[in-house]
Write a protein that binds this ligand. Structure first.
Ligand SMILES: [Zn+2]
Length: 457
């Protein structure tokens, strides 16, 4: 009896192991089959390192990439250049995870039947991007390095993301040219997603949010700017002599004395809390891309460092895509949608095999703070740059010039359209453009109109 009983136990354990093993395999199969089929090097799917099936088109139906034996890019040279950092080149110099992220969807592999899509062309990936807006941005940058991003802060759709320098993937310059021509400096980097910049004055929006919430009489305060002051034993300097100046005018005139003094009064703890809430130290992720994290770190910082940090200098860094979502959150009452660039993937017959789901980002500030800041940013546009570049559009924004050591400072412009028909947030960065905000405002205006035209369909 004893022997039979122990044998039964043994058999029971053995069969349980078999059942569990099969279950584990089945689960793995359904979870990972797509990965196994689309692993890099699979001859079914890849040709010379690139996926060889499926195509990509923009929000207006313009074909920007057709995969095959050899990648076929858009017919238009400017579209090829403007979308190259998103789609990647033929040789893998550009880190562009988009296509591989959707490899299984483009292929339409079915784990139950084990059958690939029977069509020769594969599936179609629809971008949220407007190729026309991207070309407009690239033309605006006009041979200068920088980046432009525009997205819908209500839905999360990215309509424009451009990184310059760039090149035509159908006519790549040789390596000698790339190494010697300064336009190509950092050309393999997608500046929108993978670079970080010293924010300069656009960071004053974060300091302003902290001041609105934590200094009750901040709007009644009067500051005095003599173009320089001493904080923490060292100089804080301003671009201009502003004399007696209020908090509101301080943002419009971008007075360093106002924001340096406010930063020190707020202190490192509160400033860090607002920078964290703004997402400066966080990485946004979408469609296989994780953007570079910025930097806001006041550990061990003295008063002078804290003042410069509140002005947007010190060791501050922002990622353009992330900061675009931050200004979007101001427009959206403190909480914006999370950005994405793939709207859907469909079969040639129009059956959707993937559709983007809207997701919200974390709240960056209260609704009332967002509304106060919106008003201040509107004043900035009206009083500073004028509405010339934005006729009939309610644009709220903040410009900045960021000192970057050698060379002319970078020009930056971040803001949004306050209009429920066109809920667009944007960032424009032109490297070494000097202090002229005009460069950025005209690019922003042209690109916003291109986006709105595409939204009107
Ligand atoms: Zn000043």
């Amino acid at each position: 009896m004893k022997r039979i009983s122990s044998r039964t136990v043994f058999m029971t354990i053995l069969s349980m192991i078999v059942v569990l093993g099969i279950a584990a395999f089945v689960v793995q199969y359904f979870v990972k089959a797509n990965d196994w089929v689309t692993f890099p090097g699979s001859p079914h799917v890849y040709s010379g390192g690139n996926i060889s099936t499926g195509s990509v088109r923009d929000r207006d139906g313009v074909m920007v990439l057709t995969n095959g034996e050899r990648r076929q890019y858009a017919d238009d040279e400017l579209i090829r250049k403007a979308t190259m950092h998103l789609l990647g080149d033929r040789y893998g110099y550009i880190e562009a995870p988009l296509i591989n992220t959707y490899a299984d969807k483009l292929l339409d592999y079915n784990p139950i039947t084990g059958v690939y899509t029977t069509s020769e062309t594969g599936n179609i990936l629809n971008l949220t991007l407007s190729a026309d807006a991207c070309v407009t941005a690239l033309q605006g940058l006009n041979g200068r390095k920088g980046t432009v991003g525009v997205y819908n802060y209500r839905t999360g759709e990215i309509l424009c993301m451009v990184s310059s320098g760039t090149y035509d993937p159908d006519d790549m310059p040789d390596m000698d040219t790339i190494e010697s021509d300064s336009y190509y400096e950092g050309v393999f980097l997608n500046r929108f997603t993978r670079s970080t910049y010293v924010p300069g004055s656009i960071f004053k929006l974060v300091t302003a949010a902290a001041a609105i919430d934590n200094i009750p009489d901040v709007f009644d305060r009067s500051f005095y700017c003599e173009q320089e002051t001493i904080i923490g034993g060292e100089y804080i300097t301003c671009e201009q002599y502003h004399g007696s100046i209020s908090f509101g005018t301080g943002l419009v005139k971008s007075c360093n004395i106002v924001f340096g003094e406010l930063a020190v009064e707020l202190g490192p703890e509160i400033l860090t809390r607002y920078a964290e809430a703004a997402g400066i130290n966080s990485a946004v992720s979408f469609d296989g891309t994780t953007v570079a994290e910025g930097n806001f770190d006041l550990s061990g910082a003295g008063d002078n460092d804290v003042a410069w940090a509140g002005i947007g200098q010190y060791t501050n860094l922002i990622n353009p895509c992330q900061f675009m979502t931050f200004v979007g959150s101001i427009a959206a009452g403190g909480q914006a949608a999370s950005p994405y660039v793939v709207d859907s993937v469909e079969t040639p017959d129009g059956v959707k095999v993937y559709e983007a789901q809207k997701q919200m980002m974390d709240r960056t500030m209260s609704e009332s703070t967002a509304s106060t800041l919106t008003e201040m940013m509107r004043n900035d546009v009206v009083q500073n740059y004028g509405t010339y570049d934005f006729p009939n559009v309610y644009v709220c924004a903040k410009s900045g010039t960021a000192e970057v050591g050698e060379g002319e400072p970078n020009a930056m412009f971040a803001g949004f359209v306050q209009d429920e028909s066109y809920p667009l947030a944007f960032i424009v960065i032109v490297e070494n453009a000097g202090s002229g905000s005009a460069v950025c405002t005209s690019i922003a205006g042209d690109v916003l109109y291109a986006c709105m035209e595409s939204m009107d369909g």
